[in-house]
Write a protein that binds this ligand. Structure first.
Ligand code: ATP
Ligand code: MG
Length: 230
């Protein structure tokens, strides 16, 4: 099993002109391989910042982040870029699909960056779209898909490279509650079927209940957590 995350003493400040704005004040968090975890907390508590640091989108001010034993906080920008490509899948609130590409082409895109040969690429993308239940909409562009379908395409894109860790920032934030629940249940099913660890930011405590473990952030610190037997 892959995708163990060990965060320790993690602090982060944003530079605003001459001002340092502290946002994370010392996060310690261990996530087991293959876990399915919700990250909750009020707006501004630091959820996205924590997720982006774990995903190697930026470097923390202090502390360490180990992914399967590898400390990513010391990596150069170049190595960090390869780390993201090879190990992390991202899912966003607003899907971030390329509007002029079909669902299939969108899902193939990460494999283009990983230099997977065309035929194999196509087969892997089709498989990922089948996994998310979008096989019958592969040739649609994002504008020709519903919000839930666009999110399914973006989920397929995140898992097509078989990453160790999938990070989702408010994946249901733009969806109605029914579709939001469906997407959350889909993520959980994919977590069972694939070997990846899932870390999901959500405002919705009801949706967090679907997760095995919920971690609560407040003002840049973990203040509580809950574990539900699955
Ligand atoms: N690029 C940035 N520059 C300066 N400050 C930032 C930046 N990004 C975030 N912040 C600040 O860091 C704090 C935490 O932001 P973050 O986006 O992590 O919160 P969040 O918990 O994801 O909130 P939300 O639920 O609204 O998405 C906020 O006070 C925000 O203003
Ligand atoms: Mg956020």
């Amino acid at each position: 099993m892959y995708g163990k995350i060990e965060v320790s003493g993690l602090k982060h400040s944003f530079q605003m002109g001459k001002l340092q704005v502290p946002v994370l004040h010392g996060i310690d968090l261990t996530v087991d391989s293959g876990a399915f975890i919700a990250l909750c907390g009020a707006s501004g508590s630091g959820k996205s910042t924590l997720l982006n640091l774990i995903g190697g989108l930026m470097q923390p001010t202090e502390g360490s982040i180990l992914v399967d034993g590898q400390d990513i906080t010391g990596l150069s920008e170049n190595k960090l870029c390869l780390f993201r490509r090879d190990n992390i899948g991202f899912i966003f609130q607003s899907y971030n699909l390329m509007p002029y590409l079909t669902a299939l082409e969108n899902v193939e895109l990460p494999l283009v960056f990983s230099r997977v040969a065309e035929e194999k690429r196509r087969a892997m993308a089709v498989e990922a779209l089948e996994q998310v239940g979008l096989a019958d909409r592969m040739d649609h562009r994002p504008g020709e898909l519903s919000g839930g379908q666009q999110q399914r395409a973006s989920i397929a894109r995140s898992l097509v490279t078989k990453p160790r860790v999938i990070l989702a920032d408010e994946p249901t934030g733009n969806l109605d509650s029914q579709t939001g629940s469906e997407i959350m249940l889909l993520l959980k099913e994919l977590n069972r079927e694939n070997a990846s660890t899932f870390l999901i930011v959500t405002h919705d405590l009801h949706l967090a209940e679907i997760c095995g473990r919920t971690v609560y952030l407040k003002d840049g610190l973990i203040v509580d957590e809950q574990e539900v037997a699955q």
